[in-house]
Design a binder for this molecule. Structure first.
Ligand code: CAA
Length: 255
């Protein structure tokens, strides 16, 4: 499939995916979702890709769902549009590899929801965040009402969802909405540094951390702990054996 809304660059196990529709501040339309679904499937089948970075072209990360496409939708079409976005963002969850959002500018509405679907968020000091749907008489449709309170707590989430306030990167960091803020010019360098740090760890351990943490938090606490024990124990006589030996022998692990 040829992509019109995405640029993909794969190097040294890292896929850098740029949402590329700058004339509409990278607003998400149906084509975007079709392309992203295709890309997620391709990357999931490619063992050489071990981490994915998502960013946006130009001054926005993503300024939301495409309002022009949504404006004339019927409730049924709106529901499909919501399900389409939810399914794609769930794709980041089901991918075995880590997905990092490198937020270069506006992350509004569906754009903020896109970052919430990722595993880790790193922001430029110029990035701006908000859930402005209520300004349009709408509510989020790509999982925002569910993922935002799970990430930043109910009070912060309802504050952003009800006021539609657009906040800066430092405020987003304070709320736990992003994990790190860096100088705008350093965003990709710092994100790549984070990606390489993750790549230096036990590859299977990284995949299992993602699986257990993300599935466990959705499950009952004791079920989550059961899942943890199961995956913890599966690392013995496997990658963990080499990692622990390497520590005791004061050398780098040979994964
Ligand atoms: N959908 C469609 N087009 C969009 C867009 C969007 N979400 N955001 C920006 N654009 C378009 C603008 O219409 C404009 O197009 P034209 O040049 O053809 O007029 C172009 O991108 C540039 O935008 P602006 O001129 O508005 O740029 P600005 O710098 O003055 O303002 C902004 C930037 C504050 C981000 C402003 O564009 C804005 O408020 N955008 C909408 C943000 C928003 O409401 N997002 C939520 C969408 S609803 C949603 O996401 C629902 C969901 O969860 C499923």
């Amino acid at each position: 499939m040829e992509y019109k809304n995405l640029k993909v660059q794969i190097e040294d196990g890292i896929a850098i995916v740029t949402v590329c529709r700058p004339e509409a501040l990278n607003a998400l339309n149906s084509n975007f979702f079709r392309e992203m679904d295709d890309l997620i499937a391709r990357i999931s089948d490619d063992d050489s890709v071990r981490i994915m970075i998502l960013t946006g072209e130009g001054k926005a990360f993503v300024a939301g769902a495409d309002i022009a496409e949504m404006a004339d939708m019927t409730p049924e079409q709106g529901k499909s549009f919501s399900k389409m976005g939810q399914a794609t963002f769930r794709g980041f969850f089901t991918m075995k590899i880590p997905v990092i959002a490198a937020i270069n500018g506006y992350a509004l509405g569906g754009g903020l929801e896109l970052t919430l679907g990722c595993d880790i968020r790193i922001a430029s000091n110029k990035a701006k965040f908000g859930q402005p749907e209520v300004n349009l008489g709408m509510i989020p449709g790509y999982g925002g009402t569910q993922r935002l309170p799970r990430l930043i707590g109910l009070g912060n989430a309802l504050y952003l969802l009800m006021t539609a306030e657009v906040i800066g990167a430092e405020e987003a960091l304070r709320m736990g909405l992003v994990q790190k803020v860096v100088e705008h010019e350093q965003l990709m360098e710092e994100t790549l540094k984070m990606a390489r740090t993750i790549l230096s760890k036990g590859p299977e351990a990284i995949r299992k951390v993602k699986y257990v943490t993300r599935n466990g938090i959705q499950a009952d606490f004791m079920e989550g702990c059961e899942l943890e024990s199961e995956y913890f124990s599966s690392q013995f006589k496997a990658e963990g054996e080499e990692g622990m030996k390497a520590f005791l022998e004061k050398r780098k692990a040979n994964w």
